[in-house]
Design a protein around this ligand. Structure first.
Ligand SMILES: [Fe+2]
Ligand SMILES: [Fe+2]
Length: 309
């Protein structure tokens, strides 16, 4: 029997309450302002008559800069994400408490990254502001119509965001940037755990429908920032640098989560659920081949670039 969305929301409510308690126990309070090197900053042109930003102000490698912009614009779209999850999960009871808590935690990510970029002059603040306006005006709309699909999506997406923040920090070569992004990545990890545990509980309630939702999401997954202007080119730069690429997406995001759900060990799937799992297996195999080819080509490109130097 297929459970309705309303039944699932109701049945999962105690799980949400339990996960919320667990989350509040492990999430440590932290203060973004402590992570920003304020004394490195100076006034800009305009109101204060300081120095306009120039290219030579930035000491970060190009790929790290591109990735910081993508990550920040992604975080900036929080009002849209809040709208999407509040619409699906509701604003009552434990679900509503989680929606509020999650939104508040996410809210510090964009603030902290923007503070860092503005103080360190790592990127052009005018281009950044214009990109933010365009991106936020477009907003974000989920591709997925059901609660289970959205739960599957955020389970992967929170982990993808964690990996992306962490690797961006490393690629920056700046210990200050790395420390801040590691802190943000730790938040994203706790978000992933929350959603991943919730979907695991949904598996027990309605295995076939949950399996179908997972396959639908894995086979169509797009990063939440994919609507950023020039995303394709930016994503290529980020992938070339190894900050986030298909190999990482498969090995560090999709597979660890799927393993936690024990998708391939489930014995209670039949009908469309069994079919969905077969589709997932085929998709993962194909993705693995594509990822291997990508890594091979990247190594060739890097070897050619090294030989030219
Ligand atoms: Fe975030
Ligand atoms: Fe998050």
């Amino acid at each position: 029997m297929v459970m309705s969305q309303t039944e699932l929301l109701h049945e999962l409510e105690p799980v949400v309450a339990g996960e919320l308690d667990r989350h509040l126990k492990v999430a440590k309070e932290w203060f973004p302002h402590e992570y920003i090197p304020w004394s490195e900053g100076r006034n800009y042109d305009g109101v204060f008559g300081g120095d306009a930003w120039q290219e030579s102000d930035s000491t970060l490698p190009e790929a790290a800069r591109v990735s910081l912009i993508v990550n920040l614009l992604t975080e900036d779209n929080l009002p849209s994400y809040h709208h999407e999850i509040a619409t699906t999960f509701g604003r009552d009871g434990a679900w509503g408490t989680w929606v509020g808590r999650w939104t508040a935690e996410e809210g510090r990510h964009g603030v902290a990254i923007r503070d860092y970029l503005t103080v360190s002059r790592a990127v052009d603040p005018i281009a950044l502001e214009r990109a933010r306006m365009v991106h936020m005006e477009g907003g974000f709309q989920t591709e997925y119509g059901t609660m289970l699909q959205q739960l599957a999506y955020v389970s992967f997406q929170e982990l993808a965001t964690r990996i992306s923040h962490r690797n961006t920090g490393r690629a920056s070569g700046d210990p200050t940037c790395e420390r801040l992004l590691a802190k943000i990545a730790a938040d994203e990890n706790l978000h992933m755990l929350f959603y991943r545990n919730l979907l695991k509980a949904a598996f027990d309630l309605d295995p076939n429908q949950t399996m179908r939702a997972i396959t639908d999401v894995v086979t169509t997954f797009q990063m939440p920032g994919s609507t950023i202007e020039g995303f394709t080119r930016k994503a290529m730069i980020i992938a070339h640098e190894g900050i986030y690429d298909l190999r990482l997406h498969l090995d560090d995001v999709l597979m660890p989560v799927l393993r936690q759900w024990a998708v391939f060990d489930k014995s209670d799937l039949d009908g469309d659920g069994a079919k969905a799992r077969d589709e997932l297996a085929a998709f993962l195999e194909k993705t693995d081949a594509t990822a291997a080819r990508f890594v091979e080509r990247r190594e060739e490109r890097r070897a050619r670039a090294a030989a030219m130097r």
